[in-house]
Design a protein around this ligand. Structure first.
Ligand code: CUA
Length: 151
């Protein structure tokens, strides 16, 4: 009989936890930040702004980078910005889940097909920053890298 009581109690607790988690998700609208910006991964090339990947100056020391990721490359690759620039990245994947990690910075995000990931970083220190894919994305994953040059 004791065992039945404990079984019931622990099952009840799990149900309560699940209910609270589910309730919070809806009540507080908790979702991945880019969850509401869904695009068709098959049509990335035809979908703005990804139909024109590249780097654009949008203000004093401020740049926007529209970038697509696919096995096993970043487009555009090897971008350059002046020191002191704030760079707004808008990222998506054309195939599988990739990662976007910039060494020596706090930039580190998943890039999920169908989703738009926005992330901003200020680059003060001149140098060449290594950009890595840190999500396993296939046989060439370890080759998937590029650079950001700050000068
Ligand atoms: Cu892309 Cu690993």
């Amino acid at each position: 009989l004791d065992e039945k009581i404990w079984l019931t109690l622990s099952f009840g607790m799990i149900m309560i936890f699940m209910f609270i988690t589910g309730y919070q998700a809806f009540a507080f609208d908790l979702e991945p930040p880019s969850n509401k910006e869904i695009i068709d991964p098959q049509k990335v090339d035809q979908t703005a702004p990804f139909d024109k990947p590249g780097i654009t100056k949008i203000g004093e020391n401020e740049y926007e980078v529209v970038m697509t990721l696919q096995v096993f490359s970043f487009n555009p690759a090897n971008i350059e910005v002046p020191a002191g620039s704030t760079v707004h990245f808008t990222l998506t994947s054309k195939d599988v889940v990739h990662g976007f990690e910039v060494a020596e910075t706090n930039l580190n995000t998943m890039v999920v097909p169908g989703h738009i990931q926005k992330i901003t970083q200020k680059f003060d220190k001149p140098g060449t920053y290594l950009v890595l894919c840190n999500e396993y994305c296939g046989a060439g994953h370890q080759l998937m890298s590029t650079t950001i040059t700050v000068k």
